[in-house]
Ligand binder design. Structure first.
Ligand code: NAD
Length: 369
């Protein structure tokens, strides 16, 4: 494979600490699989404001435009300068802008809980089976969050009326459904499509289109589930799910519910995918969590979410499932060896050893061989 250009935007808080470990892993993968990465680091978030006066400096955006994928840390520090207005603060001015700029329509959030970390999960062990392994595929650019009209009106009688519009086109549903079925094809071959077809027109169209798309993936089983039932089933029997396919708002809610099952945000990567050109899919890869200001700069952060974001980038943007799997395997080995950052450590965890960000990262690099 020819050169792969990666923009590495560490951001704020724990971002630079966990990014450093992720880039060490990326370099180890480069050697192991004889790949050729050009990694360019650039400021974003408050680091962007400090360096160039904007949360997404022009040079950083240009770098992203010229890259094959973005490896993103986290942005935002709630206690920094309250005079900076919301629309210029990092969460909106950097992250939302990047999602929009690159039309990142598919958000993938894998949730894995190895049996050995059963204590980190809020569910009773008998509900966890042999461990949890599911993937939430969320549509990210349509639905109620973006539909118009979107407004609040004064009705003149002491009442105000707020309107949000839920809107989806056939093609928007088709393209996210294809992402879900393709992902399921590489997993346990089951898609559970979430809707509210008993009440919403959107749900009826969603169900129709997803069913039609499923015909092109005969090896994948499709089932439909109402969103209220899905919220309940995630807690009652999460092992029944493989890929969960959702529109934007349902996915926002269910992906956080599913994330809670893994016990710590520090374990959860995510991918936001855009267009595919040839064999490459542009994507932004980031931990599910934020900048964790409470533990930043103390060598306490769990780097696994950022490291697994590298694994997703290799798999989904560059089709290197072998390299992505190697990282997942190295993480599994290190967890089985008993290494734990504080967020996944428990005194009840026999044989576990509490380590810092650096040691966790270095041991994962070593496990890659
Ligand atoms: P957070 O995800 O930063 O932290 C929530 C809790 O999870 C904290 O106790 C934190 O210590 C813990 N945590 C998160 N990641 C961890 C890791 N890798 N290892 C160990 N523990 C970890 O959420 P918050 O405190 O609500 O937000 C802090 C800032 O991050 C805010 O400015 C918020 O807007 C921003 N944020 C950014 C993103 C993003 O960049 N994608 C996402 C979420 C929040």
């Amino acid at each position: 494979m020819s050169q792969i250009k990666i923009a590495a935007l560490a951001g704020d808080g724990i971002g630079p600490e966990v990014m450093r470990e992720a880039l060490n892993v990326l370099r180890a993968i480069e050697r192991k699989f004889s790949l050729d990465f050009i990694v360019t680091e650039a400021p974003v978030g408050w680091a962007g404001i400090d360096a160039a006066g904007r949360a997404l400096p022009d040079a950083t955006l240009e770098l992203c435009r010229g890259s094959d994928a973005i490896l993103f840390g986290s942005v935002g520090l709630p206690d920094r300068d309250p005079t900076v207005p919301t629309e210029q603060r990092p969460e909106r001015a950097a992250l939302l802008r990047l999602r929009k700029e690159f039309q990142l329509f598919a958000n993938l959030r894998p949730v894995r809980l190895p049996k050995i970390l059963a204590h980190a999960c809020p569910l009773r062990p008998e509900r966890q089976g042999d461990g949890l392994d599911l993937l939430v595929v969320r549509e990210l650019t349509g639905g109620m969050y973006f539909g118009t009209p979107k407004m609040t009106e004064d009705l003149g009688n002491g009442q105000r009326r707020a309107t949000d519009t839920m809107v989806y086109t056939t093609s928007e549903i088709e393209r996210i459904a294809r992402v879900a079925f393709a992902a399921a094809g590489n997993r346990r071959k089951k898609v559970t499509s979430i809707d509210k077809a008993n009440v919403l027109e959107n749900g009826v169209l969603w169900r129709e289109v997803v069913t039609r798309v499923s015909k092109s993936y005969p090896e994948v089983t499709l089932e439909h589930m109402f969103v209220d039932n899905a919220a309940m089933q995630l807690l009652l029997k999460p092992t029944q799910f493989d890929v969960i396919l959702c529109e934007n708002m349902f996915g926002d809610i269910l992906s956080d519910e599913a994330a809670a099952l893994a016990g710590s945000l520090g374990m959860l990567p995510s991918a936001s995918l855009g267009a595919t050109t040839g064999q490459r899919t542009f994507g932004l890869y980031e931990p599910a969590g934020g900048t964790a200001p409470d533990i930043a700069g103390k060598n306490l952060a769990n780097p696994i979410a950022q490291i697994l974001s590298v694994s997703m980038m290799l798999t989904y943007s560059f089709g290197r499932v072998d390299a992505g799997d190697a990282i997942q395997n190295a993480v599994r080995v290190v967890i089985e060896q008993g290494l734990r950052t504080g967020d996944i450590y428990s005194t009840a965890d026999v044989g576990a050893r509490r380590v810092g960000t650096r040691e966790m990262g270095a041991t994962i690099v070593a496990a890659l061989g």
